[in-house]
Design a protein around this ligand. Structure first.
Ligand code: DAK
Length: 260
């Protein structure tokens, strides 16, 4: 069905693997188009409750945008590529379900940016993160200058982007770029277990909490708190809240219909 992606769903958890082995899973236009179509399919499929994005093969998550395609692109192509990628990465970020990047090797340039468009990053111990763009005479263009600074702070984001230093999984964990580090063998299990823990909770509450965090990052505190209060009120109107609180009072586990 896809030329550049592998896609499977097990027990409500979807796994998208970027699959361009000859270029260490670099992102060309067709791959980003397919990723967009696949994210739309995930959004439209109510049976999918969580999403993992990873790279096919043992060595790389995504080694960045495809340099062999970009080298001859002019301003017009660059602009349309940027608009496409922006749309796709934003649709990934806007999914109401939890998304995890299982970073199984190189996450460079657009690869690091793809990981940052997910809610959570779990890195295998061979993962390498970096933003090499300024060394290619461009800047991070899939949201890197914005999302990296929001995630790890302005000073560290500037250091990574301006030096183009590559960092390993432990350092990524230390600075908050990776949420967790595990072995290569256990990476997908760790991600799946994490998603299952999310699925024990109210799906509407999870979606609303995720949206409040995302939107709040771009607001001042007072407006963010107002948004949170409005969203909090909305949760009180749901069956989910009734089930969650009733279950507590009845000393049983809440059943929100997610994975067991
Ligand atoms: N693009 C194309 N091919 C790539 C590639 C890439 N990003 N990365 C690796 N490959 C290819 C290599 O050319 C090589 O191909 P063959 O020679 O076998 O044909 C094959 O994958 C294996 O790579 P290596 O032989 O280099 O493998 P090593 O283990 O020695 O090194 C490496 C692995 C990941 C350290 C190295 O391949 C590397 O440095 N790759 C490039 C990393 C990089 O600079 N990535 C690009 C970052 S720039 C935009 C928005 C965003 C962007 C662009 C536009 N707009 C708004 C328009 C994003 C830009 C970026 O991501």
């Amino acid at each position: 069905m896809y030329n550049h992606l592998l896609y499977e769903v097990n027990d409500g958890i979807a796994v998208i693997s970027i699959n361009n082995p000859k270029s260490l899973n670099a992102l060309n236009t067709e791959t980003i188009e397919e990723l967009g179509a696949c994210i739309n399919a995930v959004a439209a499929d109510s049976s999918v409750k969580g999403l993992i994005i990873t790279g096919a093969g043992p060595k790389s998550f995504v080694a960045g945008a495809d340099i062999s395609e970009m080298v001859n692109s002019g301003a017009e192509k660059g602009r349309s590529f940027a608009m496409l990628a922006d749309k796709v990465f934003s649709s990934l970020e806007a999914l109401p379900i939890v998304t995890i990047a299982a970073v199984n090797g190189y996450a460079l340039g657009g690869g690091c940016e793809l990981a940052m468009a997910c809610d959570i990053r779990v890195a295998s111990d061979n993962a390498i993160f970096g933003q090499p763009e300024v060394g290619l005479g461009i800047i991070p263009g899939f949201g890197g200058t914005q999302r990296l600074a929001r995630l790890i702070g302005k000073g560290r984001a500037k250091e990574l982007i301006l030096t183009t230093d590559r960092i390993n999984a432990e350092e990524a964990y230390r600075i908050g770029l990776a949420n967790k580090v595990t072995t290569k063998e256990e990476l997908l299990t760790v991600c799946t277990d994490m998603i299952r823990r999310v699925l024990k909770n109210g799906p509407f509450a999870v979606a609303v909490a995720k949206r409040c965090i995302e939107s709040g990052m771009d607001m001042d505190l007072q407006n963010g708190l107002q948004m949170e209060a409005d969203a909090f009120g909305l949760c009180f109107a749901t069956d989910e809240k009734m089930e969650g609180m009733t279950a507590f009072l009845e000393k049983r586990k809440a059943n929100f219909g997610g994975a067991k």
